[in-house]
Design a protein around this ligand. Structure first.
Ligand code: GTP
Ligand code: MG
Length: 328
């Protein structure tokens, strides 16, 4: 019996060992299969830093009070005196290239005579559309308030100006009422007459800038704010250069930022030098310098652009008086 029992024990033990061995082998196989099914391991990505970089935090100083500077002044690397003096220290050659102002292309405007031919041709076209528009409106069966307002609007959008528009419309209204009949021919003649009266054809519009002496003629452009002084100064420079005269511009508007740039842009287009000073500087001194430059260059004309002002501002009008005295 004892032999049989020991044999049985041995068999049970062998079965248990066999089961454990099978279990272990199958476990290994499954885990290796699982490993095979897994996608290839991703390359190690950059570590995500969740902790802030080691910088002093609020309160750090309190724990470790600092009496000494962390770096000495020699270690800080301050710019040298020379570098500090130079206004712009550009290291990046690309940036330097971008900042370098491109040499402006100088235009040679057409002389006045040739330009007038072109201007007339252009005006003929623009007057045509303006004239046609006005005639269409005036030829309407009933000239009611709305139509007169439309006529006013057409004139204003054609840059005729508020006061001349009102004057023209008033005169037209009167004459149309008196005439009674309004054939297109009659209206055309009427419109032409009134426009010519408005323009004042007997007025001499030649640009006379000769001083009569051997010094340059000086033109000072004054007026209310935003009425086109700088633009007119620029256009005058163009007309004068086109007529073969040499021009120096004086940017005596030191009040508005970029006023001098605006004038200089006009000047550069026709190759006229612009004398300018610091923003907020004395306009009289710039005007003086401009005239001095004009004399030195032997220029024909010096055009001085001034800051806009109301004639009621006595302080500003006095300033203008000073500019005038200085250039005389
Ligand atoms: N439609 C029209 N616009 C003009 C004319 N002349 C100038 N302008 C415009 O009016 C604006 C003011 O012109 P500026 O020449 O700067 O006037 P300004 O009198 O010099 O102005 P401030 O110096 O600020 O007093 C600009 O936008 C010009 O383009 C013009 O004849 N017709
Ligand atoms: Mg201006």
């Amino acid at each position: 019996m004892s032999d049989t029992g020991s044999v049985m024990e041995f068999v049970i033990l062998a079965v248990v060992i066999a089961l454990v061995a099978v279990g272990a082998i199958s476990g290994l196989v499954i885990s290796s299969r699982k490993k095979k099914q897994l996608p290839p391991a991703a390359p190690p990505s950059a570590p995500t830093i969740t902790a802030p970089p080691a910088e002093p935090h609020v309160g750090d100083e309190a724990e470790t009070p600092r009496e000494e500077p962390r770096r000495t002044i020699e270690e800080v690397g301050l710019p040298s005196a020379e570098e500090a003096d130079s206004p712009v220290a550009v290291e990046d050659p690309v940036a330097a290239e971008a900042e370098a102002p491109a040499a402006p292309e100088i235009e040679t405007p057409e002389p006045a005579a040739g330009r007038l031919v072109r201007l007339r041709a252009r005006l003929a076209r623009s007057q045509n559309s303006l004239g046609k528009g006005l005639l269409t409106l005036l030829s309407r069966e009933h000239l009611d308030e709305d139509t007169w307002e439309e006529i006013e609007e057409t004139l204003l959008t054609a840059d005729v100006g508020v006061a001349p528009t009102q004057e023209l419309v008033e005169r037209l209204r009167e004459r149309v009422k008196v005439l009674g009949t309004r054939t297109p021919d009659e209206l055309r003649t009427l419109l032409r007459e009134e426009l010519l009266t408005l323009v004042g054809t007997d007025l001499d519009r030649a640009v006379k800038t000769e001083s009569g002496l051997d010094t340059p003629g000086v033109v000072m452009v004054v007026g209310v704010n935003g009425t086109g002084k700088t633009t007119t100064t620029g256009k005058l420079a163009r007309v004068l250069v086109a007529d073969g005269r040499s021009v120096v511009l004086g940017a005596a508007d030191t009040f508005r930022a970029a006023a001098a740039d605006q004038l200089q842009t006009w000047g550069e287009r026709v190759g006229a030098r612009t004398v300018r000073g610091p923003e907020g500087g004395d306009p009289a001194s710039i005007a003086f310098d401009a005239v001095k430059e004009g004399i030195a260059e032997g220029a024909d004309v010096v055009l001085i652009d001034t800051a806009g002002r109301l004639h009621t501002k006595t302080g500003l009008m006095d300033e203008l008086g000073k500019v005038k005295r200085v250039v005389e």
